[in-house]
Ligand binder design. Structure first.
Ligand code: F6R
Length: 662
């Protein structure tokens, strides 16, 4: 059951309260409330960090601490609302990073409170200004709301509110919710009922969290197609976009399904469906290491996460292949006979996870002989893909909340396909909606640029490919065993790559002023090249492109001029001789045109030496597994370039960690 639009166009607005009875952040309201904002373009808000708390601790500490953990989700503005024990509502919000809010709170502390909500924002449209920051209040200042997602029919609702005399204080879609909640409350609904009534009128995807003056100790939330999880403590409870927000306090979490309203106090959490009926509860334990949420002596989370890769890869392999060689999936709702019936695999994912999918295609087709397509999740359902009950769709996602991937998954299931999720986040939506799940065990990844999650996605893809090959009998036991052994060697090999990264860091100094960097590879070296280019774009803000090395002569070679750095990922000379030789020829082609070549090649590959301006050695491994090793220098290079060019390595501009809008 979904929250339905009640179909009524009757305006619910009969009176307009103008008294602000609450203690609010006067700066925002003085500047903006007095001027009715005419601009009606939505300031669509998405991918934000959301937190709610009810308990005995000072709510401000819990909420701001949790926002610090969530800042990687969005960081263009931040705000809090607290309800004191006497029922007073107070708020503070600021454009800019959380530190700006921190300073404002230090200058003008809010009154003590045991209940609070907080928000870090990532806006897709509209300026990240103080008035657009969350929380948003109704006109009487008694209801405070924070929001992640997009309210698609916000313009209609806004017009309706304005026509009845409501004055908007922001450009956001969120603010309409505050006014609508106030309307329902003044009609006699309690906060949870009001939330149900309001979300019944909303179209789009959202998580909403609200508190109300006069109701200390209560936080109400709702979600539709947007992340929300509950943390269960002793005499305190939490709400957040993800578990990292409350890992300091509790490891027991409660999943919140779609179209659910959460009514939370310090002592109880009630989940109801749109009709107000209780819904089944599913608790889970958060096993992420708390240290993952700290930089642990590294200058940036990204550097720490790169360094954690040997462990992340080892953890992802751990216990996965039972003594009989069977892959142990975390959740399996697919029988072996269903797996035998699969006649096509379609992988869908976004960004870095898509690159893992491209590598998986080579492994799946080689090891299983099942045709495999890889589709960007944002394009998947629009091309009307040919899928049916015999198609296995593999959805790869670190966060488990990426909206494009979730929508692709849902489309696949509607067509009858089976869906296997490869995911890093327990309790998230994508695994919950899949038929089978293999969790990557990268731990919490905080830097926006994905590193350890990517390597573990690669490993998970290899495991799935081996498993499919085994169930379908396309690999002999000894072949599986050899591949498993090669996989088991990877953590130590990644470690060795990491030990030799100083020259790569030095290299970044030479190229920090380059206007463009190219990346070439063949076979699985091609997705590796794409990943190297993506990393550089997203954190060093440089023009970077990845190409299949053989495609260069069909156009892109025109980009090569004297001094252009070109990274080339060279496949192993063992086994696939012609592949190796062709890439060596491609290095010569770009070098002949003045490129400065950075060659990533395995130890002992002497054929590349004459053509490499810089040579980066990686340990020998089967070509299919090479991306796990060859990607590491590319990550290190990108992080170093970003730092040298003076950018925030962990929180690049315009990006957010979890992309919860389409
Ligand atoms: C790049 C990056 C993004 C994500 C993409 C998918 O470094 O992190 O490209 O890979 O947004 O995110 P998930 O894996 O959470 O679905």
């Amino acid at each position: 059951m979904r929250f339905g639009n009640n179909g009524s166009n009757r305006s619910h607005i009969s009176s307009v309260k103008t008294v602000r009875s609450v203690l609010t952040d006067t700066r925002t309201h003085r500047t903006h409330r007095t001027h009715r904002i005419r601009q009606t373009r939505p300031s669509l808000v998405a991918m934000c960090g959301i937190v709610g708390y009810a308990g005995q601790r000072p709510a401000i500490d819990v909420v701001v601490g949790a926002l610090r953990r969530l800042e990687y989700r969005g960081y263009d503005s931040a705000g809090v609302a607290l309800v004191g024990r006497a029922g007073t509502l107070s708020t503070m919000k600021r454009a800019g990073k959380l530190a700006v809010l921190d300073e404002a709170l230090a200058r003008s502390p809010l009154p003590e409170a045991g209940t609070g909500i907080g928000h870090t924002r990532w806006a897709t449209h509209g300026a990240p200004t103080d008035p657009n920051a969350h929380p948003h209040l109704d006109e009487s200042g008694t209801v405070a709301v924070i929001h992640n997602g997009i309210i698609e029919n916000f313009a209609v609702l806004r017009r309706e509110l304005e026509d009845s005399g409501v004055s908007m204080a922001s450009e956001t879609d969120t603010e309409v919710v505050a006014h609508l909640l106030a309307r329902s409350l003044s009609d006699g609904a309690d906060l949870a009922q009001a939330m149900r009534q309001v979300v019944g009128r909303l179209h789009g995807a959202f998580t909403l969290v609200a508190v109300r003056a006069g109701e200390p100790g209560r936080v109400v939330a709702a979600r539709r197609n947007s992340p929300l999880v509950v943390g269960l403590g002793e005499g305190e409870n939490f709400l957040a976009s993800d578990v990292s927000a409350f890992m300091d306090y509790t490891r027991t979490a409660l999943e919140v399904g779609d179209d659910t309203v959460v009514d939370l106090t310090a002592d109880q959490v009630v989940l109801t469906d749109p009709a107000g009926r209780p819904v089944p509860r599913r608790e889970f334990t958060v096993d992420w290491d708390l240290e993952a949420a700290e930089k642990g002596g590294h200058e940036y989370f990204m550097l720490k996460e790169i360094a954690e890769q040997p462990k992340a890869v080892a953890d992802t392999l751990l216990g996965r292949l039972g003594p009989d060689g069977r892959l142990v999936l975390d959740e399996m709702r697919l029988s072996e006979s269903e797996i035998r019936d699969i006649d096509k695999v379609v992988i869908t994912a976004c960004g870095t996870a898509f690159h893992a999918g491209l590598v998986a295609k080579y492994a799946i087709e080689h090891w299983t002989r099942i045709p495999c397509e890889v589709e960007m999740a944002s394009e998947f359902r629009y091309r009307d893909p040919i899928i049916d009950r015999q198609t296995l769709v593999v959805a790869i996602s670190q966060s488990g909340e990426t909206m494009d991937t979730l929508m692709a998954l849902r489309h696949a299931r509607e067509q009858g396909a089976r869906v296997l999720a490869i995911c890093n986040t327990n309790g998230s939506t994508i695994p919950r909606e899949s038929d089978a799940v293999l969790y990557t065990r990268a731990g919490l990844e905080i830097a926006v640029a994905s590193t350890k999650a990517f390597l573990t996605q690669l490993v998970a893809c290899y495991l799935v490919a081996l498993y499919l090959g085994q169930v379908r009998g396309t690999q002999w036991g000894d072949e599986v065993a050899a591949n498993v052994a090669a996989l088991s060697d990877l953590p130590a090999k990644v470690d060795r790559v990491l030990e030799t990264m100083q020259p790569v860091r030095e290299l970044a100094k030479d190229y920090a002023a380059a206007s463009s960097v190219l990346f070439l590879g063949r076979h699985v070296g091609y997705p590796t090249a794409l990943e190297g280019a993506l990393k550089l774009k997203e954190i060093a803000y440089m023009h970077a492109e990845g190409f299949p090395a053989g495609e260069l002569k069909h156009g892109p070679i025109a980009l090569v001029e004297a001094g252009v750095p070109v990274f080339v990922v060279v496949p192993s000379p063992r086994g696939r001789g012609s592949l190796h030789d062709k890439v060596v020829s491609n290095i010569q082609e770009v070098r002949a045109r003045g490129a400065l070549t950075v060659v990533i090649a395995e130890e002992g590959d002497d054929a590349v030496v004459p053509y490499a301006d810089h040579l980066v050695r990686i340990p020998a491994s089967p070509t299919l597994l090479q991306p796990v090793l060859a990607t590491v220098p590319l990550q290190v290079f990108a992080a170093e370039m970003a730092a040298l060019r003076g950018f925030d390595v962990d929180q690049p501009r315009n990006l957010a960690k979890s992309v919860t809008v389409e």
